[in-house]
Design a protein around this ligand. Structure first.
Ligand code: GLN
Length: 207
């Protein structure tokens, strides 16, 4: 079966684990989801999620636990990563905050809590490129970062004139929380429909 990892040092880990299980099941794959709190687990994972939560805490712990270089190696090997909200901030090239030691996996600059000043949380119907169908995606934003500048990444969705979902090679990242809605299309896109990513366990399987 597939091996999925959820970076579990802090944040909404359970929600990502459930979303991954739902997404894999809907595609007919068995999946074993592992919570990552220490080094040594990421190398066995076909796909990874980095959740929402508190980006300065997640950043500090992935570095101190030795998980950070393993996440970088996972992406360099072309395996998929879905990074949401705080996960996007940690995976970005520049988070404009000294307390975040960015993994530089997505060529974007972000501003933390950029939507939060007006409104702490809201839901928006988004049009997201690459989803299985064209129905609006119900995106939940919670003190979300804004993507301020995009380098080589592709913008998949925007809200209020700003990019809120991007893809950079095997990485898909969102300012919102696809793990908090039952709609699993964003997880499906990140893990199974991104042609720039490969899932080792599926290599000899008909996809
Ligand atoms: N505001 C949080 C941060 O900057 C991110 C919010 C979230 O993940 N919901 O870390």
């Amino acid at each position: 079966s597939l091996v999925a990892g959820v970076v579990a040092v802090q944040g909404d880990v359970e929600e990502h684990a459930s979303a991954i299980e739902r997404t894999a099941e809907s595609r007919g794959y068995e999946v074993d989801v592992r919570e990552i709190r220490e080094s040594g687990i990421v190398p066995a994972c076909d796909l990874l999620a980095m959740p929402g939560g508190e980006s300065t805490t997640i950043s500090r712990l992935v570095h101190s636990e030795g998980i950070a270089p393993e996440i970088v190696a996972h992406v360099e090997a072309g395996k998929p990563l879905l990074a949401t909200c705080a996960g996007l901030i940690v995976a970005s090239r520049d988070a404009a905050d000294d307390r975040v030691d960015e993994l530089e996996l997505i060529d974007v600059t972000v501003e933390r809590n950029a939507f939060g000043r007006q409104k702490d949380s809201f839901e928006a119907p988004l049009s997201v490129d690459g989803l299985a169908d064209e129905d609006p995606y119900p995106a939940v934003f919670i003190r979300a970062p804004a993507i301020e500048a995009v380098g080589s990444a592709d913008v998949l969705a925007s809200w209020d004139g700003r990019p809120v979902a991007v893809r950079d090679g095997p990485v898909v990242a969102t300012a919102f929380h696809p793990e908090l809605t039952p709609d699993s299309r964003v997880h499906g896109l990140a893990f199974f429909d991104n042609e720039a990513a490969f899932v080792p366990s599926l290599e000899n399987t008909v996809r």
